[in-house]
Design a protein around this ligand. Sequence first.
Ligand code: GLN
Ligand code: ZN
Length: 760
Amino acid sequence: MAKTHSLGFPRVGRMRELKFALEDYWAGKAELKTLEDTAQKIRQYNWGVQKGLDFVPAGEFCYYDHMLDMSTRLGVIPERYVADESAVTTYFRMARGRAPGGKDVAAQEMTKWFNTNYHYLVPELKKDQKFTLNIADQLAQIRAAKAAGVNVKPVLVGPVTFLALAKQRDAGENSEARLAHLPALLQAYAQWLKALADEGIEWVQLDEPILVTDLTAAWQQALQQAYAELSKAPVKILLATYFGTLGKNLDTAVKLPMDGLHIDAVAGRAQLDDVQKLWPQDKVLSVGIVNGRNIWRTNLRQAVETLQPIAKVRGDKLWVAPSCSLLHSPVDLTSEESLDGEVKSWLAFAVQKVGEVAVIAKALNQGVDAVKAELDDSDAVVKSRQTSKRIHHDAVAKRIAAVTEADYKRKSPFSERIQKQQAQLKLPMFATTTIGSFPQTPEIRALRRDWRASKLSDADYTKAIQAEIKLVVDEQEALGLDVLVHGEPERNDMVEYFGELLEGFAFTRFGWVQSYGSRCVKPPIIFGDVYRPKAMTVEWTSYAQSLTKKPMKGMLTGPITILGWSFPRDDLAPSQICQQIALALSDEVLDLEKAGIKVIQIDEPAFRELLPLKKEDQPAYLKWAVESFRLSNSAVADETQIHTHMCYSEFNEIIEPIAALDADVITIETSRSDNELLEVFRKFKYPNDIGPGVYDIHSPRVPTVQDMEQLIERAVNYIPAKQVWVNPDCGLKTRRWEEVRPALKNMVEAAHHLRAKFKA
Ligand code: GLN
Ligand code: ZN
């Protein structure tokens, strides 16, 4: 009999209860007890949903981040946090630098969890690191889960992934130096597993997603050492991998002496046969067949057919599961009462995915007739998605088929374009600009809200937004900026705004997914072919241009970012979805050009985020990503200046593909990592114009003229002065006018100094 389990469940709660409880607690509006009660209720709900599974995850719930829980439970707490304070105060000071009852302090570094939009807190190791167990809270969760009547399978991040994701400042760049901690760390894990065995636990899940990344021999060896040691523990270990194939680590993985192996059979579909062959038959093979990180219903019949041969040979050693923790999926589809019925019938959120796992196992164990209704229903969904007119548009397919190499190329090389652009724009050296948004005040948000709720007429809304645009243009004129923007007051979110105006997108009301801590995102769903029914930004941009003689920059979100920050359809390759979005955007670009807009920016902050985990998969991604970006704007005249913008990431290893985008100008976040980025430009001659951000917009601090001047002067050591622009790191929407005004004033003054200094 095949068994069922899940790897983890969203902790934010059906209605984001945890978010609100956390924020009230942080603001001093609620006692710790209230937060604890909310958390307890969410856990009870989660266990209730998963009750029918043979093994239910527990002990993986956390207030902020599960890697942070690993750090505190293992005693990896840097000295700056340890003081006379409660564990919860320490915990939130580590998470966010601030907690009720503690002093402000630098938070731990936060970064993205593999290729997801979830962020974890990076464990900070030191040279003589000791590991001490603090797991009373986890044991309490496990006891509560048992009391709730579920068969508990505790979930821990495995020791090798923990070390691989940690940093050790005093060891510099050398990642393998961290392996010196492995023996001590394994002792702590051994104790931990023993404590779980004492609770009567049979199976423990150890997550080692690091196995789907490129590993050096030393890290592979660490895995062997770790699991040779941990297999002595008095519990059974299910080693869980997800987000891709084991790839070159396959041989290492299948020789590890654990009792069970979980593989991702969605992102890592290609490995299923190999693993099935190589992984011993007397051990548990858990197959993640239900996509844990997208929102589409599983093709149940296909899943059953895939698993039947495995069930035949493995019997109860086959476990059926979601591909990864359901943490990356919204909680419950039944909350979506206003979602279009047809689209809704295609979707499954975490609650529904647990149900799918159960149906698949029932089909394997009792035969397909036992779940005939469910399979028929699933077949109908498959068919509806294959044929629905809502999804497939012949015109889009025809247009895609007609794309040729020439569509990826501007008419002339940059050296010629820039001269023609300069002839009409007549910009000074060190031209100044901003990234797009200006402060989004509560009044602006209220305008949009009232208009959506039909409390404000279209005419009044237009008038109010135009007034805001005028204010922003006047401010920029007064500041003396060179290339102006309209300020984006009409946009709630840079992806949602375009998604709502394009065909092929749907939006949920409660489809929240945790991004970090209490912050959740609600990605749009790309369900069908994407195209642009009508112009999206031309009116606002033209209005803004009518207010000034200076060039007004049109502002669009790029194809890669729209794809990356949505739930993409699973019946079309990401490269093709991206190409459709690029074509829709190219219509907009040409309309802006026709309306007299001479500078157009296409933002791609997610360019780096979609980079595949394995080196060997990266060139293919970079090829289609670069092509899509180019497709979105290559049809313009040489005279039209295309900008792009990137932030949030380390660009060093992908600077060549960034240059290959062939944008006339890139504005890029630099002020927090200036030295590193400038180092790149020392080695690589960036060919086009570039604006290294001089104003860190994530900080309320107003940079001085001198700060900004110095940053550009250092840049000019590596990039010819005539290629350099002066601009902030990113959009200004989260800042207040009181900060933005003096900061931009200083920025413009810095540009004046630079012009005087570098006059040819
Ligand atoms: N144009 C956008 C803005 O200024 C860019 C935001 C981003 O890069 N994340 O807000
Ligand atoms: Zn940005």
